[in-house]
Each structure stands twice: as structure tokens, then as C-alpha cells.
Design a protein around this ligand. Structure first.
Ligand SMILES: [Cu+2]
Length: 108
């Protein structure tokens, strides 16, 4: 019984450690624009993008270049895992506000 508990605890600790290893980056959507417009992230590394929409209208975080698409409801936050990506620039946009909502991941 005790051994089983210890095993479960170790498994949980391992999961927590793996999650903590993924570097986290924040993007804010405000007035249908991304802040920052250019986000620098490390090459060859899986990253966690936390996208917060501070507007009162829904947005859709999207990128053809790193192949992600996720709706961000008003005053809500979503998590998007990206990469690992090679060095370069990868555009992303707000599919619902393409005239203003544009940004780029600078992978270096
Ligand atoms: Cu879309």
C-alpha cells in the first residue's frame, strides 16, 4: 500500500517537473492587437504560449506557419504549445481581426 502511494507520488512529481521545464511566454490581445507584436522565443525548444484576450469580443489566435488555431473568448486565456521550431520568423494573426491583429514569433 505504502509503496503504491510513493510510486504515484513520484509519477506526479515527474509530470510536474516536465511541465515546469516548458518555458512560458505571454501574449495579450488588446484593442484587437497583439502585445508584444514581436515575441522572441528559443529555437529547438517546445514552448507554452499563454494568450490572454482582454477585449470584449472573441479572437482566434492562428498561425499557418507554425500550424495552430485556437479561439480565445472575451476576457479569457488559452494555452497553446508551440514547437520545437527552427530559427526564423513565424507569423501569427487574429483570424477574427486580421486587419489589426498581426504578430510574429522570432525564433532564435
Ligand atoms: Cu481560423
Amino acid at each position: 500500500m505504502k509503496r503504491l502511494f510513493l510510486g504515484a507520488l513520484l509519477a506526479l512529481a515527474t509530470i510536474a517537473a516536465q511541465a515546469a521545464d516548458v518555458p512560458e511566454y505571454k501574449l495579450v490581445i488588446k484593442d484587437h492587437k497583439f502585445q508584444p507584436v514581436e515575441l522572441k522565443v528559443p529555437a529547438d525548444t517546445k514552448i507554452k504560449l499563454v494568450v490572454s484576450n482582454q477585449d470584449s469580443t472573441p479572437s482566434e489566435f492562428e498561425s499557418h506557419e507554425f500550424n495552430r488555431e485556437k479561439i480565445v473568448l472575451p476576457n479569457s486565456t488559452v494555452t497553446v504549445f508551440v514547437g520545437p521550431l527552427g530559427k526564423g520568423s513565424y507569423k501569427f494573426f487574429d483570424d477574427f481581426h486580421q486587419d489589426t491583429g498581426n504578430g510574429v514569433l522570432i525564433v532564435e
